[in-house]
Write a protein that binds this ligand. Sequence first.
Ligand SMILES: [Zn+2]
Length: 228
Amino acid sequence: MKVKVISVLEDNYMYLVIEESTRQAVAVDAAVPKRLLEIIRKEDVVLRAILTTHHHWDHARGNEELAQLFPGLQVFGADERIGALTHRVTHGQELTFGAIRVRCLFTPCHTSGHMCYFMWEDDSPDAPALFSGDTLFVGGCGQFFEGTAEQMLINLTQILGTLPKDTKVFCGHECTVRNLKFALKVEPENEAVKEKLAWARVSVCAPCASPIHPFCPKFPLQPHPCSQ
Ligand SMILES: [Zn+2]
């Protein structure tokens, strides 16, 4: 299972999850169809479905256009407000796309219909992946637009906090440095926060100051496109 990380808009992430043996793919939060289509072509894969974490435009805006371009495209989500929705999923529901397995994890709070997606491939050495949308970021969580702090606490500790330790987290926005700076204001002596902030800063492109996916261990080693 290969995950393509696609930076879009101001600081959003869109993802394309590829089953490498069959070249079939599933998109997560397809907000910018043009960018997604470029990657689909470049990777030479067939788009099977879209998984949408929540209805906000910066996560779901591309659904209608993609549904028109790919007749029969399945669009999954937990909120009727999601554009072009074909399958409404519920907590704990499992989906299968070839060898890719998905478990839907309902995490209401940022919106009342927010769904995270936990993905893995059976008999694969790859670590499982969590697509956390605007529920969990690196060093923080999403705003409580349609829920309560109690709900978010349950989301983070009981729903996402109990996933396997080797799970890779792919979140909906890049706000690592901002979150950790805030955390350091609240807890100035917290060594874990200091360490993580130093790590995140290394992942920021010096010439243009844009973040380079600090949650991905591969990216900090690569020059940012602006310096090439
Ligand atoms: Zn949102």
